[in-house]
Ligand binder design. Structure first.
Ligand code: HEM
Length: 404
């Protein structure tokens, strides 16, 4: 690795090499030390310190989530543009507040606790299916198979219709990478179009036969609240977002955790000896290998971060994965410590946009990782794990393992 100051000086989010995709943390370390508010060649800044990241999250007026200005040059007038600029995560209040309230009402701790029994059944079914197999790829066979069902249940998507959800989600979120190839863009646009057609039909059926708004998020979004309803486009795009948001991120949490435990045998042994450690363990996996490594904001006025002056309309890349390895709040940050405490990671963001699904993601992580390790205490990797070449969503395309 060249000198850290030189690494920080040369860093450009639009020109990342293979080494970065494999292991971005040395680069993040160099940036935190030498250029924590790094100016990129296109005028945007990339921030890597935990305190700076929190400061941005806590001031949504100065650091807006609205993406119209940023995404038009990227996507043009296209399905991807319409989708991303209509979803709650890329909007400020009031649209953000209205949608968030509707979704959040079906994801209270009480609702999430009620999902546990069904989730345990699903996970055990998957474990049964891979038990006895020689070599198995843990991404499709396990990590990727859980969130699609859970999020499908949340919107009550009929089981037989869940097949395409995972590929649509990968295609749409893949188009959020800092660099967009024509193929990825075309796949993303096609996925939005196909999802819109599918969801229009689903919404029509649900209007004809509404579900229980207590638990069915789609019915909640259709019915609205206090006389306020979402427009047809807002409804469809926020359903797409919800289906995608809970998907790859949670797959990556589970996949990254199983890879970590294969590579940190002493931590695995602690977890086996003390299964309750899975609760703080999930927080540590989220910190150590954050499934969502990047966030974005745009300044609405002249401001500063960490003493660096920023003009109005400066784009800010939030280094979630970098902040979560900052030695300031996390002593010995490159060590996996399943009982780390305190652990104020920002894997779910913070402030008004903090992940609505974090309770559900934590439950999925806890059940999937805990039950996997208990069933297959001696599992080991079988061949090289293959990482997706992505800077934003950190996970694996494949994770071959032998479970017995
Ligand atoms: C390990 C799994 C997950 C991770 C790491 C994760 C991460 C995040 C992050 C970092 C944000 C904030 C984005 C921002 O501030 O710009 C976010 C927002 C969001 N997430 Fe998650 N997420 C996960 C799972 C889920 C699940 C399971 C759901 C759905 C049930 C979900 C639904 C949402 C929604 C709706 C938002 C937008 C909230 C808003 O804008 O107010 N996420 N997530």
């Amino acid at each position: 690795m060249p000198d850290a100051a030189a690494v920080a000086a040369a860093f450009d989010l639009t020109r990342l090499g293979d080494a970065f995709y494999q292991d971005p943390y040395p680069v993040y370390r160099a940036l935190r030390a030498h250029a924590p508010v790094k100016r990129l060649p296109d005028g945007s800044v990339f921030i890597t310190r935990h305190a700076d990241v929190l400061g941005v999250y806590k001031d949504p007026k100065t650091f807006s989530s609205d993406k119209h200005e940023e995404f038009f040059p990227k996507y043009g007038a296209s399905p991807l543009y319409e989708h991303h600029t209509t979803s709650l995560v890329f909007n400020d209040p009031p649209l953000h507040t209205r949608v968030r309230r509707l979704i959040g009402g079906a994801l209270t701790p009480r609702h999430i606790a009620a999902m546990e029994g069904r989730l345990v059944g699903l996970v055990d079914g998957l474990l049964d299916a891979i038990d006895g197999a020689g070599e198995v790829d843990l991404i499709p066979a396990f990590a990727g198979a859980i969130p699609v069902e859970i999020i499908g249940n949340l919107l009550d998507v009929p089981h037989a219709e869940r097949g395409p959800l995972r590929d649509w989600s990968l295609a749409i979120l893949g188009a959020l990478e800092p660099v967009l190839s024509p193929e990825v863009e075309a796949r993303g646009n096609a996925a939005v179009r196909e999802m819109l057609v599918y969801l229009e039909g689903l919404v029509e059926r649900r209007r004809a036969a509404p579900g229980d708004p207590e638990v069915d998020v789609l019915t909640r979004l259709i019915e609205g609240e206090g006389g306020e309803r979402l427009s047809a486009r807002e409804l469809l795009h926020n359903c797409i977002f919800l289906l995608n948001a809970g998907h790859e991120t949670t797959t990556n949490l589970i996949g990254n955790a199983l890879r970590c435990l294969a590579e940190w045998p002493a931590e695995r042994a602690r977890l086996l000896a003390e299964p309750d450690l899975v609760r703080s363990g999930v927080e540590e996996f989220l910190r150590f290998e954050s499934s969502n490594q990047l966030g974005n904001r745009i300044t609405t006025a002249a401001t500063e971060i960490g003493g660096v002056a920023l003009a109005s309309r400066t784009r800010v890349h939030i280094g979630i994965g970098a902040a979560n390895r900052d030695p300031e709040p996390f002593p010995d940050p490159d060590r996996l410590d399943l009982s780390r405490h305190p652990n104020r990671h920002v894997a779910f963001g913070s402030g008004i946009h903090q992940c609505v699904g974090m309770g559900l993601a934590r439950l999925e992580g806890r059940v999937a990782i805990g039950r996997f390790v208990a069933r297959f205490p001696d599992y080991r990797l079988a061949g090289a794990p293959q990482r997706a070449r992505r800077a934003r969503f950190r996970g694996h395309l494949s994770l071959p393992a032998r479970v017995r």
